[in-house]
Ligand binder design. Structure first.
Ligand SMILES: Nc1ncnc2c1ncn2[C@@H]1O[C@H](COP(=O)(O)OP(=O)(O)O)[C@@H](O)[C@H]1O
Ligand SMILES: [Mg+2]
Length: 322
């Protein structure tokens, strides 16, 4: 660099900053922790923090400047990641609140429509309209439920029997199973118990179940739900429950697989939010559990979750991770 202009390490579009910096130094002032971009020897751009102080002679005249540049690329990356996960957490909370606010009126309207449709005095036209309204409502309910419907429910851990929780949720979707001739098989260990927040467990199962239904063709297909009490399959002695949801749907393409747990990644144009699996995994991990997936295109998909009976001591149980 000796003998060359300082502009060599400054990106062209920032050259105009230099006179401003020099003017500041000429006034005898310092510049501290100024975040900007500089070029390395090979021409790559790095984020730097700049501190410049004037160098003075014995009479106080300014004869030069001392510049210190710190490479802050890594810090920048960490800050960006943090900001992204904060954004995601905020979006999660927002969606949860909305789903919560929407669910109650939705339930009422669904019930009202049901009652209205039982009134056989009305004309055929009206019957037909009500039927359509019911179907549209079903779509809204689907999205709301799938988003974060159970998120806000009591989040204190309690000891509960798992199999009734699963059966209840299967009943919630039974209308859709019947409508689409889906064959549902249940193999539930009645004794399986967990010490966990029921709402979040429900959220996990519901997301997997909804995805299984979505993967099936418009008529037919199979969903198998299995619940076992047992140990973690990685060979450790941790006890807990294993929940398996398998479908005979279209499967997940190998190139899609690495992305399915990303937030907002969806292959369902109309009804997809891309939050289901992301949320599912963050809940499972929050309680020290694990989630696995196996899939073959045109054959089907199997999701397995291991949920430890109690979150291990000292395990982090707070916050949503990206
Ligand atoms: N059982 C499944 N069968 C096939 N693809 C699935 C299954 N579960 C998840 N996927 C894929 O993973 C994507 C992300 O799922 P998810 O996070 O639940 O979001 P969404 O259901 O809103 O699309 C889906 O769009 C789909 O492509
Ligand atoms: Mg989903």
């Amino acid at each position: 660099m000796i003998g060359r202009s300082v502009l060599t390490i400054i990106p062209p579009e920032l050259h105009s900053d230099e006179p401003r910096i020099l003017a500041t130094i000429a006034r005898g002032e310092r510049i501290e922790h100024f975040e900007t971009v500089r070029l390395t020897k090979s021409g790559t751009r790095i984020d730097v923090s700049l501190t410049i102080s004037p160098i003075k002679d014995d009479e106080g005249g300014i004869i030069g400047a001392a510049k210190i540049l710190r490479d802050i690329t890594e810090q920048k990356k960490i800050a960006d990641t943090l900001q992204r996960s904060e954004k995601l957490a905020a979006v999660g909370r927002l969606a949860a609140t909305m789903a919560h606010e929407i669910n109650n009126p939705l339930e009422s309207v669904t019930n009202l429509l049901y009652l209205a449709r039982k009134d056989h005095n009305m004309g055929e036209r009206t019957q037909e309209y009500l039927k359509l309204a019911d179907q549209e409502l079903d779509r809204v309910a689907h999205v709301a439920r799938q988003t974060l419907g159970f998120y806000r429910e009591n989040s204190a851990p309690v000891l509960f029997k798992v199999s009734p929780v699963i059966s209840d949720l299967v009943d919630v979707y039974s209308y859709r199973f019947r409508n689409r001739d889906v064959h549902v098989e249940r193999e539930l260990d009645e004794a399986a118990e967990l010490f966990a927040p029921v709402g979040e467990f429900r959220q996990v199962f519901s997301n997997l179940l909804v995805n299984a239904i979505d993967a099936l063709p418009s008529k037919g297909g199979r969903v198998r739900i299995r619940l076992q009490s047992g140990h973690d399959w990685n060979g450790t002695a941790r006890s807990g429950v294993r929940l398996t949801v398998a479908d005979s749907g279209g499967g997940i393409a190998p190139e899609t697989m690495p992305r399915i747990f990303e937030s907002f990644y969806t292959t369902k144009r109309d009804i997809g939010t891309g939050l289901g699996l992301w949320l599912t995994r963050s809940i499972v991990q929050k309680y020290g559990g694990r989630i696995q997936v196996r899939s073959r295109v045109q054959i089907g998909t199997v999701f397995s979750v291991f949920w430890p009976r109690e979150a291990a001591h000292g395990e982090s149980v707070a916050g949503i991770s990206a």
